[in-house]
Design a protein around this ligand. Structure first.
Ligand SMILES: [Cu+2]
Length: 106
C-alpha cells in the first residue's frame, strides 16, 4: 500500500532496534540510509532486521523493491536521539553545579 506504519520511528542512540517488516500486499523492502541496511519481505511474511543504533541523526528509509506506481513515494524516517546516559550525566552535573552555587551564596 506504499506506506510504512509507523512512518517515523524515534529511538535513542545505543538502542537495539528490531524491525519486523510485514508486507500486506506485494513484495516490499526497506533500505535504511546512513546505516546501509536493507531487508525484503514477501507478501504475508515477516522479515526481520536487528541492529544497534550507534549513529545519532535522522535517517530516511525507503522501499528497495520496485513494488508499483507509488513505489518512489514509499518512505519513512528513523530518528536516533542522543544517548540517555549523556543527558542524565549532564542533568546531574547541572544539579551538582547548582548545589555548589547555593553553598557559595552562604
Ligand atoms: Cu517499493
Amino acid at each position: 500500500m506504499y506506506a510504512y506504519a509507523p512512518a517515523v520511528i524515534g529511538i535513542q542512540r545505543g538502542d537495539t532496534v528490531d524491525i519486523n517488516l510485514v508486507a500486506t500486499d506485494v513484495v516490499h523492502g526497506l533500505y535504511l540510509e546512513g546505516y546501509d541496511l536493507s531487508v525484503d519481505a514477501d507478501p504475508g511474511q515477516t522479515a526481520r532486521l536487528s541492529f544497534v543504533a550507534d549513529q545519532p541523526g535522522s535517517f530516511r528509509f525507503y522501499c528497495s523493491v520496485a513494488c508499483g506506481p507509488l513505489h518512489p513515494f514509499m518512505s519513512g524516517r528513523l530518528k536516533v536521539g542522543g544517548s540517555r546516559l549523556f543527558w542524565r550525566i549532564l542533568g546531574l552535573a547541572l544539579i551538582a553545579g547548582a548545589a555548589v552555587s547555593l553553598v557559595r551564596l552562604r
